[in-house]
Design a protein around this ligand. Structure first.
Ligand SMILES: [Zn+2]
Length: 315
């Protein structure tokens, strides 16, 4: 079973539309599977012998591994740079690929930019030069999870495709179908993002450890705070904390939980010991922490300071 929430994008009509313009920008939420849809679409664009709308698997274009395909250039964050960015050198390296003569249907070329939002000003400008006069057989496929961060000049030159999010049922059906039953209980915590839920289920032990500590509330034992909690990065720890605080405050207002639905009773108990004002203040502070963890080169955070702030929300 495919990702049913993308059904419209698996249709022949979408592929036909895709061929009509050269630059496409896909927008979605991370963890919903857009990268798999896009890979599939690129394979379809290149296959010269589609069968029932699927790549045939045996034509010359289908005979290459995606990441090493001679007709595809992939631009992604360079791992050696600590700040996520697509550098201008990466864009410049495209020039010869783009300028290589391309004749006819069999010579399609794809430039796939995995995160269009991490193009900086100079790399975007270099890319734009290429977008200005694309040859008909060259396609720029851009993916992004953050429209707000994409330069307007890139947006204005692209055909936008806003991908829909899965419903909860679609996510659950998909995970079941993929043999990922254990990930289903992470659907709420993932924010209904099936691929993120799979990722989280691989972190079950860590998540349990974090939640067990948070459940102690005011009695949070500082001795148990250690860097193991940051195994998956400080951003991840803060995200779990944000969702936890969200649910504590949400429960006070609505008697419901959004993310920790399996712990509703415990969230209810602990929310009785809270100062709502302090909780909301802490929530705001966490947003700042989250931004810092995303932008700073030094990603380590003062975990104990964060936990002391957490303890303060309890009366
Ligand atoms: Zn093929």
């Amino acid at each position: 079973m495919t990702m049913t929430w993308y059904d419209d994008f698996y249709q022949q009509s979408f592929l036909d539309n895709l061929k009509k313009t050269n630059t496409h920008l896909f927008l979605s939420q991370q963890g919903e599977g857009a990268e798999y849809l896009i890979e599939d679409l690129i394979k379809k664009l290149l296959c010269t012998n589609l069968r029932n709308q699927d790549p045939c698997g045996s034509c010359p274009a289908c005979n290459h591994v995606f990441d090493e395909h001679p007709q595809i250039r992939i631009l992604e964050r360079s791992p050696e740079l600590k700040i996520p960015v697509i550098a201008i050198d990466q864009v410049r390296e495209l020039t010869s690929f783009i300028q290589l003569a391309s004749n006819g249907e069999q010579d399609k070329k794809i430039i796939y930019i995995k995160e269009a939002d991490i193009l900086n000003q100079s790399s975007a400008n270099a890319l734009l030069k290429n977008l200005e006069e694309p040859s008909t057989n060259t396609y720029f496929i851009l993916n992004s999870y953050n429209l707000a961060k994409i330069l307007p000049t890139i947006i204005s030159r692209s055909t936008l495709h806003k991908l829909p999010s899965p419903s909860k049922k679609e996510s659950e059906d998909f995970l079941r179908d993929q043999g990922q039953e254990t990930s289903i209980k992470f659907i709420d915590l993932s924010g209904n993002k099936p691929y993120y839920a799979i990722n989280m289920s691989n972190q079950t032990e860590l998540i349990n450890q974090i939640v067990a500590l948070l459940l102690k509330g005011k009695n949070f034992d500082m001795m148990s705070v250690n860097d193991n909690l940051l195994t998956n990065g400080s951003g991840f720890f803060i995200e779990i904390l944000q969702k936890w605080i969200h649910d504590l405050a949400y429960f006070i207002e609505f008697n419901e939980t959004l993310f920790f639905s399996n712990l509703k009773e415990k969230v209810g108990l602990i929310s009785k010991q809270l100062s709502l004002k302090e909780t909301l203040n802490f929530y705001k502070k966490l947003n700042e922490y989250k931004k810092l963890s995303e932008t700073q080169v030094n990603k380590s955070i003062a975990l104990d300071a964060l936990i002391i702030d957490y303890k303060r929300i309890f009366i």
